[in-house]
Design a protein around this ligand. Structure first.
Ligand SMILES: C[S@@+](CC[C@H](N)C(=O)[O-])C[C@H]1O[C@@H](n2cnc3c(N)ncnc32)[C@H](O)[C@@H]1O
Length: 249
């Protein structure tokens, strides 16, 4: 039996659980979560629940579930200390013969808390005991809901957070498609930028993709809805096309 069919005692798994719907969990993630001894789920200090646990509720019976609260502020030292402490606990459990899975929404290598944990785990466990299980990312789920190609022929795709709108503007200048994460309070400023570049009308925002009743797809961002735009929102901006035979610089 391969390591992908059941979690192996003493091994650590960074598992992506996809955007939210249980049927977008990969078979490998399903197998690992359903057989692991300990499930670790990250939870931001401010939020009341771990989003990563939602798609896997049916698999948690018989597992020890530990929710780890992690700091939200941008403090490298505090963040590093927090994940180091969690990594030490995980390594201890693995050395005692237990299998441990750390869950994150989407993919574990894309803007994910798993990245911090993996950096520390690499110093604490041999590489053959560390596994990364990819997940369907939010931008893929969002693009599927929008229903348009992300890239074609020689198109360039840039994915970046809205934390610097200057960087977003730069990306609009050298990409055929720009995908923007971490919108939240920057939504209105982002829309102003897109209007200035004549791109608002064709941009789309997907909020809470694959998260049941909360899911919302907005085609065209000339006017933003009145309600606050939450953190779980992704904007897709189709800027243009870079065809096979076009002049390229
Ligand atoms: C910390 S990053 C996590 C990214 C994730 N690891 C992935 O692979 O997509 C959080 C950002 O991902 C995007 N996101 C995550 N889940 C989403 C969802 N269900 N719907 C829309 N956007 C989502 C939002 O832009 C959010 O600010």
């Amino acid at each position: 039996m391969s390591a992908c069919e059941r979690a192996v005692p003493g091994h650590f798994y960074a598992v992506g659980v996809g955007p939210g719907s249980p049927d977008l969990l990969t078979l490998r993630a399903h197998n690992i979560i359903g057989s692991v001894d300990i499930v670790i789920a990250p939870r931001a200090e401010r939020s009341g629940e771990s989003l990563a646990l939602q798609p896997v509720q049916d698999l948690l019976l018989g597992r020890q579930v530990i929710e780890h609260v992690y700091p939200m502020e941008r403090d490298e030292e505090k963040t590093d200390a927090c994940w180091r402490a969690i990594a030490l606990t995980v390594a201890e459990s693995c050395r005692a013969g237990q299998s441990v899975a750390h869950l994150t929404i989407g993919d574990p290598l894309l803007y994910s808390t798993a990245c911090y944990l993996l950096l520390h785990m690499a110093e604490l466990l041999p590489p053959e005991r560390i596994h990364i299980v990819p997940g369907i990312s939010a931008f893929q789920a969002a693009a599927a809901l929008v229903g348009r190609p992300l890239t074609l022929q020689d198109d360039r795709l840039t994915l970046l957070p809205a934390t610097s709108l200057a960087e977003v503007e730069r990306a609009l200048g050298h990409s055929e498609t720009v995908v923007i994460y971490k919108i939240g309070p920057r939504a209105h400023a982002l829309v102003e930028l897109l209007k200035r570049r004549n791109l608002a009308g064709r941009a789309c925002m997907v909020c809470y993709a694959e998260q049941g009743d909360k899911e919302r797809v907005i085609f065209g961002l000339d006017e933003l809805p009145e309600e606050r735009v939450g953190y779980m929102s992704t904007v897709i901006v189709p800027v243009g096309r870079r065809r096979w035979n076009s002049e390229k610089t």
